[in-house]
Design a protein around this ligand. Structure first.
Ligand SMILES: Cc1ncc(COP(=O)(O)O)c(C=O)c1O
Length: 483
């Protein structure tokens, strides 16, 4: 059963033979309870989700591919409902092994020939690696990005995927070299220049908007993206990188209605096990993308049952179903359903209390330093209240009064994950002008923590917050001992 969770993913899911944990330090079964504030990166599966997997395993674990494929249809429909895509008629859901694969598929769908056989170069405007998945830039360029693939074992030399379109990248930074957030008007002005420059050179453009990024930023602004789709739709596709899924159904609906595709995962804020991705396709794009041919080499990553019925890309692919992905999404949906039952106003209250208490501790304790986190710019669909509140709180640890650079932060992260509990892994911040980047950790609230705080039989918000503060205390003590 547990092994199914690690199947048909990539090297990031492989279990270490000694510790039995994957690359993120997570066990493939619930394990002993411990602080779990690392949903920016990965979470250990919860007991409830594990029970749901056992039930699914009994039902279809040994069933033929077509039976499991029908379960994938159900999973796609549930993702649409729980994320808000079902309220936009004509939108569709494509499954992908991870958030990185969502980017891989989106770029290939943009880059395919249109019915006139028109081939234009593809330029992608995206955030820097430290604000998105490490493999995302390579995936967008049509390259193998990891040393193992879900279906065909080791990737051949991390080179290009046969027959996939190459893309060139233009990077748009959300932070200044000193780590401070750039004013959104400045980011938007640069985004406009990059996109319009690429369009006027005759390229198709994929603009990737972070909502939100690994350090908690939303950029360029969603309003700019929606405006540019209106002006340049056809040659310009917008992909909202919502792989953290720290936004509610109203925001997703707004994006889809504005003609933007939305990438989500069940493995971050939703606290399903790593990895599970989905591409939510707005009606405006679904009509064209359903007719695309994919390069058969994408069979290493994508299965037929990942795609809606009647979509041509299914015909390019070799394997029927990604069983591991089906199970990982089943676990994530268990968490998402429980979260959806909560009162959104109470959820907003809990997330605010969490952000105030944790943010306050990070700001006041000399062991920590906080990172700039501006309020997110407005989204086309507004919000659900709770998604205006920060649920991903980036911070640095200090040693001798100075913030820890990335490498020692990574070493400390390993010790925290092994000995204390789950926290978002350090990402590089700053580092301009030849200086070393800092390592920004992330303390996160999540769907599962909201259910623990507010759900039936829950332990209450105060208990969750007290655990978060005690966890920070243990981290400060560990960092002090390591000095
Ligand atoms: C903002 C963002 N986008 C994309 C990804 C990639 O998702 P995955 O890790 O599922 O490949 C991540 C991963 O952390 C992320 O934080």
């Amino acid at each position: 059963m547990s092994l199914l969770l690690s199947e048909q993913g990539d090297a990031r899911l492989a279990l270490d033979p000694e510790s039995g944990r994957n690359r993120y330090g997570c066990l493939p079964f619930p394990g002993p309870r411990r602080p779990a504030f690392g949903s920016a990166t990965a979470s250990t599966i919860s007991p409830q989700a594990f029970e749901a997997l056992k039930a699914l395993h009994q039902r279809v674990g040994l069933a033929p591919g077509w039976v499991q494929a029908a379960e994938c249809d159900r999973v796609r429909a549930e993702i649409a409902t729980l994320c808000g895509a079902d309220s936009v008629p004509g939108s569709e859901v494509v499954l992908a092994p991870s958030g990185t694969d969502v980017h891989l598929l989106a770029a290939q769908l943009c880059a395919s020939d249109d019915p006139q056989g028109r081939r234009r170069p593809l330029e992608v405007v995206l955030s820097p690696t430290e604000e998105t998945g490490n493999g995302v830039p390579a995936a967008l360029r049509g390259l193998h990005y990891n040393d193992a693939t879900p279906f065909q074992g080791p990737a051949p030399a991390l080179g290009p995927l046969d027959g996939c379109r190459a893309a060139s990248l233009r990077v748009l930074a959300g932070r200044r070299p000193d780590g401070r957030a750039r004013p959104i008007a400045e980011v938007d002005a640069e985004a406009r220049v990059l996109v319009e420059g690429a369009l006027s050179s005759g390229a198709d453009v994929l603009l990737v908007v972070s909502d939100l990024s690994k350090t908690g930023l939303v950029f360029p602004s969603p309003g700019l993206a929606a405006d540019m789709v209106r002006r340049h739709g056809g040659s310009l596709t917008v992909l909202i990188d919502a792989c953290q899924l720290r936004l509610g159904p109203a925001a997703v609906r707004g994006y889809l209605e504005a003609g933007c595709a939305v990438g989500v995962t069940g493995s971050k804020f939703a606290t399903g096990p790593a990895f599970s991705g989905a591409l939510l396709v707005p009606p405006a794009l679904a009509g064209a993308w359903r007719e695309r041919d994919l390069a058969p080499s994408l069979s290493a990553y994508s299965a037929r049952a990942d795609w809606p019925k009647g979509w041509r890309p299914r015909g390019s692919l070799t394997y029927t179903v990604n069983t591991g992905l089906l199970f990982r999404w089943q676990a994530a949906l268990t968490e998402m359903r429980a979260f959806r039952l909560l009162d959104p106003a109470a959820v907003a209250g809990f997330f605010s209390a969490f952000a105030v208490a944790v943010g306050g501790r990070l700001a006041q304790d000399p062991a920590f330093g906080t990172l700039d986190l501006p309020a997110p710019p407005a989204r086309p669909g507004g919000g659900d209240g709770w998604d205006q509140v920060p649920t991903l709180l980036p911070f640095v640890l200090k040693r001798g009064g100075s913030p820890l650079p990335l490498d020692p932060a990574r070493a400390l992260y390993k010790a925290i994950r092994e000995g204390l509990g789950e926290i978002g892994q350090p990402v590089a911040v700053g580092g301009g002008g030849g200086s070393q980047p800092l390592g920004a950790f992330r303390m996160c609230s999540s769907m599962r923590l909201a259910v623990e705080a507010l759900g039936p039989g829950g332990r209450g918000g105060d208990a969750v917050i007290a655990e978060a503060l005690a966890f920070l205390g243990s981290i400060a003590a560990l960092a002090g001992r390591a000095a």
